[in-house]
Each structure stands twice: as C-alpha cells, then as structure tokens.
Design a protein around this ligand. Structure first.
Ligand code: SF4
Length: 382
C-alpha cells in the first residue's frame, strides 16, 4: 500500500496558558499565573528541534490555550525558534491564535516581523453581556480595534471564531454579531455551536439550572441562519463550521481534514507522523519532565492500521463540503467502498443526510447539522 500524505506536512504548536478561563472550555489549558511559562517556551523549542526534516512543511499553526497570552519576550523567543526551523516566507500559511484584547499595535508588529500571515481570533459573540456570562476577557470594541491593527500591518488573512447556542443568545444576537463581523471586512469565519462539556463551569451552571441554553430547535435554526447569511455575504462554506471568501480556506486545517500528516508540539498536542498518531502529556509539568528525561513528550502512540486509515478518510473527508471521492478511496486502499459501506451509505442517503453524485459522497444541507451521527456510521468496518 502506498505511503500516503507523505509530502505536505504541518506543525501545530500548543500554548496551554490563558489569562482567564472561559466557562465552556475543556481544552488543555491552564490559568497562566504561577505557571512556568519561560521554562515551557525553552522546552517547546527543544521539542521543535526534534523535527529533523522540514522540507515538506507547508504550514505552521500556533494555537492554544491562548498564544497571545505570552509576554512580548516569550512570544519573540518562540517566533525566532520557528524562523530558525523553517523558512517562514516559503510557508503557505503561518497562523497564530489570539484573543482580541491582546492584539495591540505593538503585538501585531511582532507577529508581522516574524512572518505570521494569518491570525485567528476567538471572538464568539459581540454581545457584551453574553461575553461576560461565558467569562471572556474582551468586549465588542476590542474586536474592531484588533482587526484595524492587523490590517494596518498588512495581515489581512483574518479568521474570527463565532459561537451559537450560547447562554441567553437569541437569533437576533447571532445576526448582529455576524453582520458586524462581516462589515469589518475579514475573509474567514468559523462558526461553532456550543458543546456543553462535562468538567466545565458552564456544565454545572446548566445542571443546577442557573443558566438555560437555547433549545435544539433554536440551535438548528441558528446554524441554518448562519449558512444562509454567510453564503449571501459571499462566504463559501467549505467545512461544517468553516466559511471563507474564495481562496481563503485555512490550509492548515484543511490538511487535517484531508488526513495529511503533521507534527504536534507542546503539552497535550496531537500529531500524526510516519503513520503514527500520538498525543503528548497534557499537564505542563509532565510535559516538561518528559522532554527533559526522554527527549520527547509522547504519552500515547498508535500505528494507524489500514482499516483506521479508511475510516479516517471518511469521517474527516466528509466534514468537507466537497465530500469524499469514492474512486480515489477505492484506488488508494484497494477496496470497494460502496460495498464496504453499503449499509451506512444507504441508511444516510435514505435519511437525507448524505448524497452520492458522480461517485462523490457528501453531506446534504440537512446532514450538515447531524454530521457527527453520520461519521459514527463510518467507524464500523469489522
Ligand atoms: S476558550 Fe480559549 S481563552 Fe477561553 S479558556 Fe479556553 S483556551 Fe482559554
């Protein structure tokens, strides 16, 4: 079997620190105060240096947590290390996640100086009241200032993360946020529905009935509205939650969905290299100790079997609106996917969640909302 996806690779770098903890968040993150952030950056740079072959690296993505929670010195140290490792002006994309209130003019100048060419901002909503309820540290005005600062240094590849089905959020709130964000002239919007995760403050607030979330029906209505509105504004939906102006799709994230390989660097980061999926130790101390003692931070490593590769091809590829080309899958894995997945395909076509046209299997408009149920049906090869 051919060694697929061996060419294009990305590097994901995780900064697990935040200046505040949002009530809904279950990412691998820690409140930044009293954390060994300087030491973490030193260790991160050591782990970055374990990447030997950087010839095929086409994207770098610094995410979190909150990378913009780093001090200027820490950030510069990290960006210099990335610049030493890869020729950043040859990258197709160099992304940096930030919270709006951190994107001062000085800060965006640093990003520009070290080659960052795409910034992804966690905004969630522009309703100040809801921002307070979910524990965010910015206000509506910070978002406009941040975008203006980015554009002033010519970083025009800007994503804004929005959320729907937030506590107290109405359809009108969502419309207001989208309209205002679109009026700021950005080229990418990711719009996610709130997932209520256990072990979050919000989960307890909802369980104890201190907070009531919008119903499923309202959530579906909001998703529908998001798609309709953004389409009308010239944003193309290319993934379940992602919308971009023509040619501005996130290359790094698209490569995940296309199942290309990538290095995961940092505490709790996941990677997929040489056919092995791995995840690093999540707690900062474990991560640091592991790199110091063993030279790597891997907590789990799994060689992906041929069967898993096929499953991944489907459940990642189906997230993309362009769908999965069954002929390509069949040739690549030497299978007959229509036979192998006959039950799943028939069932989801009958339910109106999937369509099969010219051998391309893709989610229907209705199926977009129920994507997770559909993907589960593609994890069943015996
Ligand atoms: S949502 Fe982002 S800023 Fe908020 S706690 Fe989670 S990682 Fe930190």
């Amino acid at each position: 079997m051919s060694k697929d996806n061996s060419k294009k690779k990305g590097i994901y770098i995780h900064i697990p620190f935040c200046k505040y903890i949002c009530s809904y968040c279950d990412f691998n993150k820690f409140y930044i105060q009293h954390q060994p952030v300087d030491e973490y950056i030193d260790i991160l740079i050591i782990e970055l240096d374990t990447i030997i072959d950087t010839n095929n690296i086409e994207t770098v993505y610094i995410g979190g947590g909150t990378p913009s929670a780093l001090s200027d010195d820490q950030l510069i140290r990290l960006l210099i290390a990335v610049n030493k490792k890869v020729t950043v002006n040859k990258l197709k994309e160099f992304s940096f996640e930030a919270n709006p209130e951190d994107l001062t003019i000085d800060r965006v100048n640093i990003l520009k100086r070290y080659g960052v060419n795409r910034v992804s901002m966690g905004v969630q909503t522009l309703n100040n009241k809801i921002l307070e309820v979910i524990g965010r540290g910015h206000k509506k005005d910070d978002v406009k200032k941040a975008i203006t600062n980015l554009k002033n240094v010519n970083i025009n590849n800007i994503n804004v993360d929005l959320m729907f089905a937030l506590p107290g959020q109405t359809v009108e709130d969502l419309c207001d946020s989208m309209e205002t964000i679109v009026s700021y002239g950005i080229n990418h919007i990711s719009c996610y529905s709130l997932i209520l995760e256990q072990r979050t403050k919000l989960y307890n607030q909802v369980k104890s009935k201190h907070i009531i979330l919008p119903t499923n029906e309202v959530e579906e209505q909001m998703y529908d509205l998001t798609i309709n509105y953004l389409n009308k504004q010239g944003f193309i939906q290319y993934e379940i939650s992602n919308f971009s102006k023509q040619g501005s799709e996130s290359i790094h994230n698209s490569n995940y969905w296309l199942n290309y390989e990538y290095y995961g660097i940092g505490a709790g980061a996941h990677g997929y290299i040489d056919g092995i999926r791995y995840s690093n130790h999540g707690p900062v101390k474990f991560y640091i100790d592991s790199i110091v003692k063993k030279g790597n931070a891997r907590r789990v490593e799994n060689k992906v079997t041929e069967k898993e590769k096929i499953e991944e091809h489907f459940f990642l590829g189906l997230r993309l609106l362009k769908g999965v080309d069954l002929d390509i899958v069949d040739n690549k894995y030497n299978i007959n996917s229509r036979e192998l997945y006959k039950k799943s395909i028939d069932k989801n076509i009958s339910a109106g969640y999937l369509k099969l046209e010219n051998n391309i299997l893709s989610l229907t408009r209705k199926g977009l909302f129920y994507g997770n149920d559909v993907f589960a049906d593609f994890l069943i090869i015996d």
